[in-house]
Design a protein around this ligand. Structure first.
Ligand code: PMP
Length: 410
């Protein structure tokens, strides 16, 4: 435990050039971090430096720039492994983001391992990107999808696991942290139950990797996926971590250059993972940017980031308690910095619009969680989501904005 867990938000905010602006005549209050975070100057500079000094294609060239680019790209892979507690960097596959990572597993692992009559167990908390790829697979092979429900607070009903997990369950897909209502799921417990029936576990870490300390080995899962743009990194880059033995036996996802060893007219042999899954010229620059983002977050410390967000959530719940008609979704404990709420019977789009007029950026909608919204009996929510650069003043601005919304519609 560090001696000082609190963050110097004023100093951190200064690291993010975009946060210094005004929107609609007000200080920008950026509370849409679950959708995408902002980038610190060190990440922007790492991209600039890479393009100004080091860029060439990777793995093929023998010239200096290609060597540098390859070193930077493979260095980013090593940084990614360290960031999630993986022992072996070759278990890290660079992808476009969480969505592509899950599609890769559903395709390259799924078509080899899921057969007619098999089952895939998901949860009603899942983002569409951890539902639809499995629907596509299930329809093609004749498998069945099942879902773990939530209780009244929005926690997974783990008592259902005994009944839902069967010897036909091939895969359990679960989000580490819900982007819709902020529930932090007990992944270890779910993994232990899945292992008892021999099922593989994919964890969607899109809302976890940016916000809390992570150790994929300790979690015990088989696949872990996350996106760079939600953790101060560039868009278009993310990580799929998979156990080496699974990646070895999986079929390629896409074919092309960089992923092959020998190509004949009728057949080809493939490189070993991770290169087997990285066909074509990879997103080198953004991998370098992602490594800079991870370094930035590591220097601040994810325990401190998590503690800071917990503190902001508690403060926000205390302050919003006084606002008439405010109702928060999500559990009392094990709740991330995602605050989804209703404000009386006002439409979330109206709430978001008026907050925007005051420079406060929140998200309104179904958050790519339509099954969850249906389960909660709403069509949409308003969502404020915190990150390391948000302070109590941002929560205060949100609360003032919400009072303005109520006044506007009264
Ligand atoms: N899963 C979760 C839990 C998410 O929050 C998101 C992004 N909202 C995704 C998956 C998809 O991530 P991406 O759009 O970066 O692929």
């Amino acid at each position: 435990m560090r001696a000082n867990m609190s963050l110097d938000v004023t100093a951190i905010k200064r690291d993010f050039p975009i946060l210094g602006q005004e929107v609609n005549g007000h200080r920008l209050v950026y509370l849409d971090n679950a959708a995408s975070s902002q980038r610190p100057r060190v990440v922007i500079e790492a991209l600039e430096r890479y393009y100004e000094r080091d860029h060439a294609n990777v793995h093929r060239g023998i010239h200096e720039l290609s060597t540098r680019a390859t070193r930077a790209y493979e260095g980013a892979r090593e940084a990614s492994a360290r960031f999630i507690g993986a022992a072996d960097p070759s278990e890290v596959v660079f992808v476009r983001g969480t969505t592509e990572g899950i599609n890769l597993v559903a395709t390259a692992w799924g078509y080899e391992n899921v057969r007619e009559g098999d089952e895939i167990l998901l949860t009603v908390l899942e983002h569409h990107s951890n539902i639809v790829p499995w629907q596509l697979l299930a329809r093609r092979v004749g498998a069945r999808l099942k879902y773990i429900d939530i209780d009244e607070q929005g926690r997974l009903r783990l008592e259902q696991l005994d009944e839902l997990l069967t010897e036909r369950t091939r895969l359990v897909g679960v989000t580490h942290v819900s982007n819709g209502i902020g529930t932090i799921n007990p992944v270890e417990e779910i993994v232990a139950a899945a292992k008892r029936v021999g099922a593989r576990v994919l964890v969607d870490g899109a809302q976890a990797a940016p916000h809390l300390p992570l150790d994929v080995e300790a979690l015990g899962c088989d696949f872990y996926v996350f996106s760079g743009h939600k953790m101060c990194g560039p868009t278009g880059i993310g990580v799929l971590w998979g156990r080496r033995e699974l990646l070895e036996e999986m079929a390629p996802y896409q074919g092309g250059g960089e992923m092959i060893e020998i190509v004949e007219l009728e057949r080809a042999t493939y490189k070993r993972p991770p290169h087997k899954f990285e066909a074509g010229t990879p997103n080198i620059a953004d991998a370098v940017g992602l490594a800079a983002a991870m370094d930035y977050l590591e220097r601040i410390g994810r325990e401190r980031i998590q503690a800071h967000e917990r503190d902001l959530l508690a403060y926000a719940l205390e302050r919003t308690h006084e606002i008439p008609g405010f109702r928060a979704f999500g559990p009392e404990r094990d709740h991330s910095g995602v605050l989804s709420f209703e404000l009386g019977d006002l439409h979330p789009h109206d709430v978001g619009q008026i907050l925007n007029d005051r420079g406060v950026a929140v998200r309104a909608g179904h958050h790519c969680n339509q099954p969850l919204m249906r389960r909660l009996g709403v069509t949409a929510t308003t969502r404020a989501s915190f990150y390391l650069y948000n302070g109590r003043d941002d929560v205060d601005a949100l609360c003032e904005g919400l009072r303005d919304v109520i006044e506007f519609f009264s």
